[in-house]
Design a binder for this molecule. Structure first.
Ligand code: MRU
Length: 345
């Protein structure tokens, strides 16, 4: 495990690593206002579905902790105002909305004065952070059972400790398998345009001494056709009834894996499940054109060129060999059953 959790509550201050600066600089961001948390999520200083969920919960905890509200009602109004700001930051990862809803429900359901509500909200945010770590450790255990000694695992984007409170989902599986003594290796896709694979996944794995090779996104077909990998393991931003929504490029990986008969696993905690919706309801975040026309500060495309920049894509469930969550590995049939239960429940 890393020495510091990716996000830490320090008596009314929220500390995190600024992920836009990695791997070149380890800059700790300290936030005392919910607006700063919202900005850090929007600018991807904090990113990854589980992390932005917990960050949003802590953002509401900051609002409560520093509030001067005299009454419970005034405090709840302030928390609701902060919640509105947070849910405008990024539209795709369901964890953000789940976390905000959970804190709001807890605050509204608490009787007593403003001080009591504050205590309850801060404790709930802390609990959510702890639950995320526990879920990732469980995902690691279940997922590691699918990994054999000497396997090479292909992953996309960053679903590691940096995308969660600690340990990671897809990389949590890698970490657990490695800790069990399996001599595995990882192939990480660079993940254009934001380079989470090159900047974050490669950084995390190198830091932990786990063998990793970096490839550009367009090398995946070669890698699979040459059978240089044994399985693909990725994270998710939202799992709906019929699909997995994850970083742009995931769908291409899944189709290629299917063509080459390579298992394609998705690792995610239950906080990423949204089984009342289908892919038709999905909101795919569209980001700024500059992310595509520049690499760092270097412009790489002619001025004025039109750009498409969807941040996520949709992988139909038929391409998914299994969803690894904290309760085990879910087959397509099990997911369908869960979906039916959520529809009727
Ligand atoms: O745009 P990002 O970097 O927030 O996207 C992150 C991903 O797509 C991850 O795969 C996903 O959030 C799972 S992280 C455990």
């Amino acid at each position: 495990m890393q020495t510091m959790r990716t996000i830490e509550w320090r008596d009314g201050t929220l500390a995190t690593l600024d992920q836009t600066k990695l791997p070149n600089e380890n800059l700790i961001l300290e936030m005392r206002e919910c607006e700063e948390v919202a900005f850090a999520i929007k600018e991807m200083k904090m990113r990854g579905a589980p992390l932005i969920g917990v960050a949003a919960a802590y953002g509401l905890a900051l609002t409560a902790y520093h509030s001067k509200a005299k009454t419970r009602e005034d405090l709840i109004r302030q928390i609701e105002a902060s919640a509105k700001i947070l849910i405008e930051t990024r539209p795709t990862a369901v964890n953000l909305f789940w976390a905000v809803e959970r804190i709001l429900r807890k605050a509204r359901g608490t009787t007593g004065d403003a001080e009591t509500v504050t205590r309850v909200v801060v404790n709930e945010a802390q609990r959510m952070a702890d639950e995320d770590v526990e879920a990732n450790l469980k995902i690691g255990e279940h997922g590691a059972e699918l990994i054999n000694d000497k396997d090479v695992i292909l992953t996309h984007c960053n679903a590691g400790s940096l995308a969660t409170v600690d340990h990671g989902t897809a990389l949590g599986i890698v970490r657990t398998a490695w800790a069990q003594g399996k001599k595995i290796a990882v192939i990480a896709t660079e993940t254009r345009p934001k380079l989470q694979g090159a900047r974050l996944t490669a950084y995390e794995l190198k830091r932990d001494g786990i063998p990793v090779s970096l490839i550009t996104d367009n090398m995946v077909g070669y890698v699979m056709s040459r059978r240089l990998i044994n399985e693909v393991v990725v994270g998710a931003d939202r799992i709906v009834r019929d699909a997995v929504i994850n970083k742009i490029g995931t769908y291409s990986l899944a189709v290629l894996a299917h063509e080459h008969n390579i298992p394609f696993y998705v690792a995610a905690p239950k906080s990423t499940f949204d089984l009342v919706h289908t892919s038709k309801d999905a909101i795919i975040e569209k980001r700024n054109a500059d992310e595509v026309t520049y690499i760092g500060s270097q412009r790489i495309a002619p001025m004025g060129v039109k750009v498409l920049n969807p941040a996520f894509d949709i992988t139909p469930i038929k391409y998914v060999s299994g969803i690894i969550c904290e309760t085990g590995v879910l087959s397509k049939t099990k997911l369908e059953k869960l979906a039916t239960a959520s529809k009727h429940g």
